[in-house]
Design a binder for this molecule. Structure first.
Ligand code: FCB
Length: 469
């Protein structure tokens, strides 16, 4: 009964005033409309149409049709009770060849979208590069070519002048490590290359591209009052045992995954241990030119934290110069339907460690979520209680990290919508909103209501007992 003061107060933990409560998507994963309004092809259009690249054979041709349905999707986001939306601009929509002419219809699409957010009191967090490189740039070398960073600077400048009056938070690059690793070392993502030296070169040029964008933001006179940062795929590391060798393996792998990207941006240098390993394997890193590290570290206002799970590693002497191996340490542990361990405690450790190692740098959780494939029941409801519990436990970790001094200013759940999950296709569902791909019908999942209750209260809430699953 409302107003009954005898009722126990809900177990709540408040978040800081003005905390951003958001959900994330990226252009290629949701937009569809790949040939409309002058959009050029990206490397993901080409890659997803090649045989055997995508589980189940899907492409982003239609995806969630967000290009046309964004007003409805923003209504859903606002209706949930969220106040922020992280989305990405498709470079080939606004500059189809990746250099030269801009496409007015693409530019005005995002203009309308941003206005639609502001009308709904939704703060836009705009990612400039979430993996959809225009093909003409790939055909000139892609991110392995230094010139691509220069082109990115020009594209970023155009976005700042088009939207900088309304957008205050910019993510220049999404997950440089994943682009390097899956796109260029293992060949599992576009452009599907397998070459370690190329992968390391690409990683550097992605960071340099951030530097070029940060400089363009300053040059546009938007330096004050705006933030620009990089969203990283961060994995906290745990050694497989208490041995000194495993501790060293965990430290080494942390260099490969985390420090290699964080240190240049925030400390102005590549970590020595990892640099030596790369040089041993691939030769001198002579693509790092004088002045690059100054440009990369000139300005990075926040750490975008994409956190999904941890890595447990063991020493592997035969794997020199990368003497570690990722192991499955806890077969009995809770997992998402993608098999990823659910470890909120590692999320807490990560946020606190970032605050310790990069003091004073704000943090925004730009992605966190899990695959739970619950479908609508006979009554049409999606009772994804496991996702609600996941959200609760990870937000509890965020709240504790904030208490311990981590300057976290927002949390964006991955994802607003079930969508095209890259090489995993359409079978893995990360959304707060269920999408029936045959009809494009959207259904709010129970977890959306739960997450919305936290956002609306700006305080952690208990998961309702009837949350399902
Ligand atoms: C991240 C990506 C995002 C999504 C999630 C599950 O690596 O940034 O686009 O695919 O993983």
């Amino acid at each position: 009964m409302t107003g009954n003061t005898d009722e126990p107060a809900p177990m709540t933990t408040p978040f800081p005033d003005g905390f951003l409560w958001g959900a994330s998507t990226s252009a290629y994963q949701v937009e569809g409309a790949v040939s409309e309004d002058g959009r050029g092809p990206s490397i993901w259009d080409r890659f997803s149409h090649e045989p055997d690249r995508i589980e189940g054979g899907g492409t982003g041709d239609v995806a969630c049709d967000h290009y046309h349905r964004y007003p409805e999707d923003l209504d859903l986001l606002a209706g949930i009770g969220l106040n922020a939306y992280r989305f990405s601009i498709a470079w080939p929509r606004v500059q189809p060849a990746g250099s030269g002419a801009f496409e007015a219809r693409g530019l005005s699409h995002y203009d309308r979208m941003i206005d639609a957010m502001l009308e709904r009191d939704i703060t836009p967090l705009v990612t400039l590069y979430h993996w959809d490189l225009p093909i003409p740039l790939q055909d000139k070398g892609g991110w392995a070519a230094r010139e691509t960073a220069e082109r990115f600077g020009e594209y970023a400048q155009a976005c700042f002048s088009a939207y900088g009056d309304r957008v205050r938070i910019w993510v220049s690059q999404n997950e440089p490590w994943i682009v390097s690793l899956l796109g260029h070392e293992l060949g599992l993502h576009a452009p599907g290359h397998r070459d370690l030296r190329e992968a390391v070169t690409v990683g550097h040029h992605l960071l340099l591209a951030h530097g070029r964008a940060a400089a363009a933001l300053e040059a546009a006179g938007l330096g004050d009052g705006s933030r620009i940062g990089v969203a990283h795929s961060l994995f906290p590391h745990e050694p497989a045992s208490a041995s000194a060798e495993d501790a060293e393996a965990a430290r080494g792998s942390d260099g490969y995954v985390n420090r290699w990207y964080l240190d240049p941006l925030l400390k102005g240098r590549y970590p020595d241990d990892m640099r030596a390993r790369y040089e041993e394997r691939t030769g001198p890193l002579d693509f790092v030119q004088p002045g690059d590290l100054e440009a990369i570290s000139a300005r990075c206002d926040f750490i975008g934290v994409n956190y999904y799970t941890r890595r447990v590693v063991r020493h592997a002497a035969d794997a020199r110069p990368f003497p570690w191996k990722v192991i499955d340490a806890a077969p009995g542990m809770a997992r998402t339907d993608a098999g990823w361990e659910v470890v909120p405690e590692s999320f807490y450790d990560l946020l606190v460690r970032l605050a310790r190692d990069y003091p004073g740098v704000e943090q925004i959780v730009t992605e966190n979520g899990g695959v739970y494939n619950d479908a609508p029941g006979p009554d049409g409801q999606v009772r994804d209680g496991r996702r609600s519990a996941f959200i609760h436990d990870h937000l509890e970790a965020v709240a504790r990290a904030i208490k311990a001094g981590a300057p976290v200013i927002g949390y964006c759940h991955w994802s607003l919508l079930d969508n095209f999950e890259w090489a995993l296709g359409y079978d893995k569902r990360f959304g707060l909103v269920h999408v029936d791909y045959a009809t494009q019908r959207r259904t709010l999942k129970a977890s959306a209501a739960y997450y919305g209750s936290v956002a609306s209260a700006n305080a952690l809430q208990a998961v309702p007992e009837d949350a399902g699953g």
